[in-house]
Design a protein around this ligand. Structure first.
Ligand SMILES: [Zn+2]
Length: 265
């Protein structure tokens, strides 16, 4: 009886060990060690520091922690990147503007800093757009202050481009929640509409609609330009969602889908 039991148990443990091994390979993670840089980790694993930043929502590559677990690829993850690649964006450029940064933190509620969330969504959005053939320009890549006029000037260097500014919302009326997208000109309006539809659908957010606003970044930008408010961090339940990587990934995917649906002219 014992002998009979021992054999299958032994085999079971081998099977479990194999399964565990397989799972580790699938998850493809790396734990940061002393002396590592994002660049060195990327090089050793046949990827780039930019891809690692996008896959892990890292906005500042200098802020690696020893012991931090990094996703080495998006394969098998529930992230935004999964399997969609195309060349739909070839010849088109998206200026991705992570709102605020540096001394301008944007909204701050419950320990959540808007400028950080904006950067994370921007990094994820860049990754998704590149996978679909778009050229991208980031107005900032780290936690630095950049004036609104400078952001518009960066966009105005390019032809056949659109400008997408990423923000999270806040108000003293803490019950207010939902997504809204702003535009200043008529070409921005249709871009705002497709992005807003995708955001509301994918994140199941209250639809606050698309609105005209004479924001500096929209007024000074010559190409179609929108400013996306991805949710209210002044609302406690929405803030909890906004702070998660999965929410940020879904927001980035929704914005990317909205851009892909936009009729470029
Ligand atoms: Zn903002």
């Amino acid at each position: 009886m014992f002998r009979k039991l021992r054999v299958p148990l032994c085999w079971m443990s081998v099977v479990f060990a194999l399964m565990a091994g397989t799972l580790q390979v699938e998850a493809a993670t790396y734990t940061v060690k002393s002396g590592d840089t994002l660049y060195s980790i990327a090089k050793r694993h046949g990827t780039t520091d930019k891809k690692l930043m996008a896959a892990n929502g890292i906005s500042d590559p200098r802020k690696l922690r020893i012991g931090q677990r990094l996703k080495l690829s998006s394969r098998g993850s529930s992230g935004p990147t999964a399997s969609r690649t195309s060349s739909v964006g070839r010849g088109k450029r998206v200026i991705i503007d992570a709102g605020h940064g540096g001394r301008d933190k944007g909204a701050m509620w419950g320990g959540v800093r808007e400028s950080d969330l904006n950067m994370r969504v921007a990094n994820k959005l860049e990754y998704l757009l590149k996978r679909n053939g778009y050229s991208t320009t980031m107005t900032r890549r780290s936690d630095v202050f950049i004036s609104l006029s400078r952001r518009a000037a960066i966009a105005n260097q390019y032809r056949n481009a659109i400008f997408v500014s990423i923000h999270f919302n806040a108000t003293r009326e803490t019950w207010v929640r939902g997504a809204e997208t702003f535009y200043a000109g008529s070409r921005g309006r249709s871009l705002a509409a497709t992005i807003q539809q995708e955001l509301v659908k994918d994140l199941k957010l209250r639809n606050r609609g698309v609105r005209m606003a004479r924001f500096t970044v929209l007024m000074q930008t010559k190409c179609p330009a929108v400013l996306v408010e991805c949710g209210f961090i002044s609302n406690s339940s929405e803030r909890r969602r906004c702070a998660t990587s999965s929410y940020q990934s879904t927001a980035a995917q929704a914005i990317a889908d909205g851009i892909m649906r936009y009729r470029w002219h």
